[in-house]
Ligand binder design. Structure first.
Ligand code: PLP
Length: 432
């Protein structure tokens, strides 16, 4: 028998030679670590260590791992059917999920399209916007007005509305649709009026060719963890209404309580025409996303020349994913997500705010269960990750950012462990 350590080495060697990881070189990959299990807020590594997951598996696992309610929902659904096509068929998990989404999303959002991932939801939203304009007799309106600093996914249409410079996709720029970009919205308390004027002018200048405004509400995530003034959402709503544009809000990162409101649009009381959700939708169990729209949008799409929305993925409305999503949403409500997020937020404030005084730290931002330390230099991801692991915490910094989006169920002492580990990682970066 080979020793467990030999098995790990084997697995990691094969992984290294044959498997791509996100945004990682195949020929010179960065370190990967094997995870053998997860429970609560902890990941179990192959070497036996248990570490607090400060990332919620890229912001999804809001209830932590192996939650008994979600495990049961998945098992119960497996006993019925794991999947069935959605063309011509329907099922209770999809209908029950749609009911919850219609009820919880901002008033006026009534129709639901179930898709497979965040990026696909954004593709669907963009196609919807184009079909709406065609349905309204304005087929020349084909461009999107998007925000600098935004991130909306890795597929083609989604790439086109990401930040054109720092959006990780500049290499594809020549083959992407050319969208119109507004400046990054100001931080809370910043010059909202000045920004509003610029956005208004852009919309006016491009009014005959614009179909929609696309934005992440209040928190721009993978584009730089920038928090902006919720009043900017009211500005976008007004600009859209004035110029006949659709407002597409991408709540894939912010939805389901992460920013301290159930949806970030709720911070401003704004209803978009089209809203995308994903990530935490299934509590981190399965890939699923949804696009929720107003009845006016649904009707305008029906009035476009095809009469139907031109999209329909193979795994649309996957019953297993829908069942877990429904259970996850119910759990958010019954467990009191607002109190959970508020408690995590307080812990992040207490633990991270003092880091703002360190030389080399440019900014500290806390919004809901999101805590960000921005440095004045790029982070050495390998070094920062290792420093945090030494303290029993899993972090995945990017660019100049060391940040956390922990599960909402993270207890106060584990939040403390996270902020301590971020402090250690940050000190290690700024001391060199
Ligand atoms: C993660 C993310 C996406 C893309 O979702 P995937 O499931 O990775 O395709 C889109 N928009 C935002 C705001 C995101 O955070």
């Amino acid at each position: 028998m080979t020793s467990p350590n030999a098995a790990v080495t084997d697995l990691l060697a094969y992984d290294r030679a044959h498997l791509w990881h996100p945004y990682t070189s195949m020929t010179d990959p960065t370190t990967t670590r094997e995870v053998t299990g997860a429970r609560g807020v902890r990941l179990r590594l192959a070497d036996g260590r248990e570490v607090v997951d400060a990332m919620s598996s890229w912001w999804c696992a809001v209830h932590g791992y192996r939650h008994p309610v979600l495990d049961a929902a998945a098992r119960d659904q497996i006993d019925q059917m794991a999947h069935v096509m959605f063309g011509g068929l329907t099922h209770a998990p999809a209908v029950d999920l749609a009911r919850r989404l219609v009820e919880l999303t901002p008033p006026g959002l009534e129709q639901v399209f179930l898709a497979d991932s965040g990026s696909v939801a954004v593709e669907v939203a963009l196609k919807m916007a184009l079909q709406v304009q065609r349905g309204r007799g304005q087929p020349e309106r084909t461009r999107m007005l998007s925000l600098r600093g935004g991130y909306h996914g890795d597929t083609y249409g989604a790439m086109s509305v990401c930040d054109p410079v720092s959006g990780m996709h500049s290499m594809f720029a020549a083959t992407l649709p050319r969208q119109v970009f507004a400046p990054r919205p100001p931080a809370p308390g910043g010059d909202v009026d000045g920004w509003a004027q610029t956005v208004g002018e852009l919309a006016e200048e491009h009014r005959h060719e614009l179909a929609a405004v696309v934005a992440e509400p209040v928190l721009q995530g993978a584009g730089g963890m920038h928090v902006y003034d919720p009043a900017c959402l009211g500005v976008l709503r007004a600009v859209c209404d004035e110029h006949g544009l659709l407002l597409v809000l991408d709540e894939i990162a912010t939805g389901f309580g992460r920013t301290g409101a159930l949806f970030a649009a709720d911070h401003a009381g704004v209803t978009p025409d089209i809203m995308c959700v994903g990530k935490a939708l299934t509590g981190g169990y399965l890939t699923l996303s949804a696009v929720v729209v107003t009845t006016a949008v649904a009707h305008a799409i029906a009035a476009s020349e095809s009469g139907v929305l031109m999209h329909g993925p193979t795994y649309m409305g996957n019953p297993l994913a829908c069942a877990v999503a429904g259970a996850s949403i119910d759990l958010l409500i019954s467990a009191g997500w607002a109190d959970q997020v508020a408690a995590v937020s307080t812990g992040l404030e207490d633990g991270l705010r003092p880091l703002a005084a360190l030389p080399g730290v440019r900014d500290v931002r806390v919004l809901g269960a999101v805590g960000v330390v921005q440095l004045d230099r790029p982070v050495d991801v390998g070094r920062a990750t290792e420093a945090a692991l030494q303290q029993g915490v899993w972090l995945r910094p990017f660019r100049d950012l060391v940040y956390t989006m922990p599960p909402y169920v993270t207890a106060a002492d584990d939040v403390r462990a996270i902020t301590d580990a971020i402090g250690t990682a940050v000190r290690g970066e700024v001391s060199t």
